[in-house]
Design a protein. Structure first.
Length: 220
């Protein structure tokens, strides 16, 4: 009994149970990805190896190979994880602003760029993952598939605001805008001659011009 007279919880004082096997496996996988991301930022794509990841993570190579076939599989998983987290930001941003019209959407593009940058910077090795997805042919499909997915989501959302614009033209514009947005994300860590706030402001201005083009045409 407790001091108040209420019965103590049945598990009071019990030793916490170990997490289920599946949860432990997921924790190990995430730990390996975090370590690999940080290592990628330190030594780059060419030098990173599964042995180095294992040494840093404190696991044996057989343990790593239960989750990943080779270093490319590790970086691919890092890419999917980063793209998913960035895409969640985009979807939340669209849900927040789309009900208020396209003018509000375009007025808040800088907010989207900043939130995406925060996700990238909080991810272990974030910008280096993006670079690997650009520079490694075996990994390019991650970036391309993710960018096409978010393009499709945006086109479906924006199409009602541009009824006279052919769908394929809108898709092309949004797809190029998506690519430009990710290049901006990478640029933040590379170009120190332009103030960070100016990068966001200029990128947002350019994207507004693309998404709200004055003409409704375009090459077929």
């Amino acid at each position: 009994m407790t001091k108040s007279g209420a019965a103590a919880p049945a598990d009071a004082g019990a030793v916490p149970k170990a997490p289920p096997k599946q949860a432990r496996a997921q924790q190990t996988r995430e730990h390996l990805l975090d370590v690999a991301g940080a290592l990628l930022a330190e030594i780059g794509m060419e030098r990173i190896s599964t042995n180095l990841i294992c040494n840093r993570a404190g696991v044996t190579p057989p343990a790593l190979y239960r989750y990943f076939e080779d270093k490319y599989a590790v970086i691919e998983a890092l890419g999917w994880r980063l793209m998913e987290r960035q895409n969640q930001v985009l979807v939340a941003w669209m849900e927040r602003h789309l009900p208020h019209g396209i003018d509000v959407v375009t007025a808040n593009i800088e907010e989207l760029l900043r939130e995406t940058a925060r996700v990238t910077e909080s991810e272990p090795g974030g910008v280096w993952i993006e670079r690997a997805l650009h520079a490694t042919p075996k990994l390019a499909h991650v970036r391309i598939e993710s960018h096409r997915y978010v393009t499709d989501r945006q086109v479906e959302a924006y199409a009602p605001f541009f009824p006279e614009l052919p769908r394929h033209v809108l898709w092309r514009r949004v797809r190029m805008a998506v690519e430009f947005g990710y290049v901006t994300d990478e640029m933040l860590s590379e170009e120190d001659s332009i103030p960070r706030d100016d990068v966001f402001a200029e990128a947002a201005r350019m994207l507004r011009l693309v998404l709200r083009g004055e003409d409704n045409g375009g090459a077929a």
